[in-house]
Ligand binder design. Sequence first.
Ligand code: UD1
Ligand code: UDP
Length: 351
Amino acid sequence: MKIVTIVGARPQFIKAATVSRIIRAHPEIHEILVHTGQHYDENMSDVFFRELSIPVPDYNLEVGSGSHGEQTGRMLKGIEEVLVSEKPDCTMVYGDTNSTLAGALASVKLHIPVAHVEAGLRSFNRAMPEEINRIVTDRISDMLFAPTQTAIDNLTTEGLAGITCFTGDVMYDSVLFYSEWIQRDPAKYRTAGLPANYLLATIHRAENTDNPENLRNIFTALAKLNKDVVLPIHPRTRKIIQTSFSIPGNVHIIDPVGYLEMLKLTMDATKVLTDSGGLQKEAYFLQKQCITLRTETEWVETLHDNWNIITGSDPQKIEAAVLSDIPSATQQLCFGDGKSAGIILEKLLSL
Ligand code: UD1
Ligand code: UDP
């Protein structure tokens, strides 16, 4: 069975690392890896392939950055050419980026079945580019791999239950697998020069970076905290703050780090503040309280017992959440059993 896997952005490299490791071990699967080139900086792309031993992509379309239409259009053209030449039995896409949408759309137009990993997530906020990408991708896919019961419920409501199956979350598989690597040699993955106690923060979503008031509010809140904040900065955010912000003295900006360093940064943090989808879950899996700098989350399972607190960019809410007690209740195991990639393999073989 020939599968074309399409990735392009940081979180997709991490998810595909886990699934590719499992599916490539099966003698009947031949995987062709396509990197759209949506992310291209060394520390947004190559570091993940190197650290996580992801096979070198068979194709790199090198589309780079651009407006949504321009970027997605370039991807569509490049992916179509690959699919026409490779003639796979199935295309696999991950998550909710422009690379996901382009992969699914190019494939379905060529009558090649599409499998969507991390299907069924909904924020119900149509201003988010990710929400549009997810809705369209789920609607045109042939097989929907849902990470949570909430995702199943969303897809059922949309009439897609017949092609949906629960797999659990491949990012949970990743955290379990790679945490063991880190535990074997923690010093190797520790970022140098960190303060003794710190809050870990990431900010990159359009709703914060494209809205100067939101970004200013978040930095105002961080400045008031009287605590060290370590912020591995996404290039999108760096470009904006370079021109219009002065960084508070307690905020330590560092370049984006590899996945293993990021897991270690999360393990050693007191709390996490983020607008990332993936980091909200990793905080939860690693038993760190998360403060979500958005007005809603798709990962509603993480909200129980205040393990994840939604604050948006409101400085008062952010401050209250940072000062709140760390929950003592245990996490619920609702993201599968760490064997999601194996379930995905079984389902692919049954296509
Ligand atoms: C994309 C996804 C988002 C995901 C995020 C993961 C879409 C619509 N958004 O957002 O869902 O959470 O990836 O990180 O697909 N840039 C660089 N170097 C790079 C990559 C990007 O400098 O290697 C800069 C460019 O100025 C670019 C900007 O970051 O214009 C945004 O990059 P883009 O890939 O369009 O969106 P992300 O914000 O990364
Ligand atoms: N991540 C990383 N290095 C960083 C910041 C994040 O490896 O400097 C990882 C993070 O641990 C998670 C993934 O990138 O696994 C999340 O990606 P991102 O926040 O870019 O996108 P989202 O999940 O919001 O789509």
